[in-house]
Design a protein around this ligand. Structure first.
Ligand SMILES: [Zn+2]
Ligand SMILES: [Zn+2]
Length: 340
């Protein structure tokens, strides 16, 4: 890890405060006030603080829950989110913080990277810029990697940020501008991943990529298993169909504590006038049906994520969102945190 040893040497006042607050509160996590980061305000309050991990343990924070295009999407003129900042959502991304080793990871570099890095800096500030000890990319669709541009010459001019990528993804970044310039200027350093092989990503967190079936125009597509000392989390933001995968989702759920799963669309009919049955994402209704036979504890591990701007569950008061909860599943929320 870049600078890991150097950073380990001291605990800064901001981190000390966090540890004290954690101990005093008896919680692994404490809500952190978030300031206006530009395009988004009210929805920033952490809605789902999760207890259950030891103070000082690594934690995961959800930085975005929307499909690649975010909410509102460019050109959707009628979207209420244009007028109501509380309805805006960033593209799907997770942060992982290891407070003892003072390391921070990102899963995905989205078009909303600048706001998401800002939220992370408010939640767990570090001295270095950008202070990211690893970015794990799932694939080369625009919502998942284009935020890397913020590390480049025209913006931060970052130095050697480790970017973890599968072979085709790494090839794509190396040989196509503007990404190739990030590699050439060493704004980023590519760290190769091998499917099924865990990477020790921070002192206490290991990350294992696994292949998933999804459109692969420019790169492979992976999901991640993120394992801390206390909890293991599955992250699958994009997948075409559960049936196309050699893994069995239900049995995989049995091996983790929480699973963030592709929930781009709620159900067929969501986009007026279009038959969505061939759309390459499992509907939330399909996934719920597939897992309906599981006990409540297993279903409760699922946190749907990667919502298209048309998805009714974006409104947590909608009938669709209520139905997800009624069936025992959860919806990911921006700002929610989970001890690892
Ligand atoms: Zn996506
Ligand atoms: Zn995709």
């Amino acid at each position: 890890m870049k600078n890991a040893t150097m950073k380990n040497a001291t605990i800064k006042p901001s981190q000390r405060l966090w540890i004290y607050m954690s101990i005093l509160g008896g919680l692994c996590l404490v809500p952190w006030p978030t300031a206006d980061a530009g395009d988004k305000t009210a929805a920033d309050a952490p809605p789902g603080i999760d207890t259950g991990a030891a103070p000082g343990a690594p934690f995961l924070r959800v930085l975005g829950i929307a499909q690649d295009a975010g909410v509102p999407q460019a050109g959707s003129i009628e979207d209420a989110a244009w007028h109501d900042p509380a309805r805006r959502r960033h593209a799907t991304s997770l942060a992982v913080v290891d407070p003892v080793s003072n390391e921070r990871l990102l899963f995905e570099a989205t078009p909303d990277f600048k706001y998401q890095l800002r939220h992370l800096d408010e939640r767990f500030p570090v001295e270095s810029r950008p202070g990211i000890d690893g970015i794990f990319l799932t694939h080369a669709h625009i919502g998942h990697y284009t935020g890397l541009m913020m590390l480049g010459h025209e913006v931060m001019g970052a130095k050697e940020v480790p970017v973890y990528a599968m072979p085709r993804m790494a090839e794509f970044l190396t040989h196509n501008g503007p990404w190739s310039q990030l590699v050439r200027y060493r704004n980023i350093v590519l760290r190769p991943l091998v499917a099924g092989q865990p990477v020790q990503a921070t002192a206490n967190v290991s990350v294992t990529p696994f292949l998933v079936p999804h459109r692969q125009e420019f790169s492979e597509v992976v999901g991640y298993r993120i394992a801390g000392p206390n909890r293991t989390v599955l992250f699958i933001p994009d997948i075409d169909r559960w049936e196309d995968w050699q893994e069995d989702l239900a049995s995989l759920l049995g091996s983790v504590d929480v699973a963030y799963l592709d929930a781009t669309f709620y159900a067929n009919g969501e986009i007026p006038g279009r038959d969505m049955s061939g759309f390459p994402h499992p509907f939330i209704t399909t996934t719920m049906q597939r897992l309906a036979h599981l006990p409540a504890a297993e279903k409760g591990k699922v946190r749907f994520i990667h919502f298209n701007h048309t998805n009714p569950v974006l409104d947590v008061d909608s009938a669709a969102a209520a139905e997800v909860r009624r069936q025992g599943f959860k919806l990911a929320a921006e700002g929610e945190e989970l001890g690892l």
